[in-house]
Ligand binder design. Sequence first.
Ligand code: FES
Length: 138
Amino acid sequence: MPYSAQILEHYNNPRNVGSLSQTDPNVGTGLVGAPECGDVMKLQIKVNPATGVIEDAKFKTFGCGSAIASSSLATEWLKGKTVDQALSIRNTEIVEELALPPVKVHCSVLAEDAIKAAIKNFQEKQTNVEASELVAAK
Ligand code: FES
């Protein structure tokens, strides 16, 4: 299958590969799998709690080249965005940017799902922090 130059570029030079500390309350982790192929993607964000801006993003993807390129692109897009802005990232934008072929659309869905899962995890952690602060203040 011919891959676009954009896919190959991210595949050959993936941005932001790695991990952030899961014990950091400002880090949200999304771990998702694609039932179609069994590929797995871990995507993490580190949010500045005062501004709500995503200051860092990392990924590790065990999957196809399109999934690696999708998650690499996603981490680039996430940095500097607010959590609310990040929630509006759509897999169709990834498809367009990378020129993914139709059989690889689910790879971009994996990236959107990973973003949402990471944000959800971050928000749950924040809620827990607030709850424990309330208890501590009593
Ligand atoms: Fe399944 Fe790409 S082939 S994520």
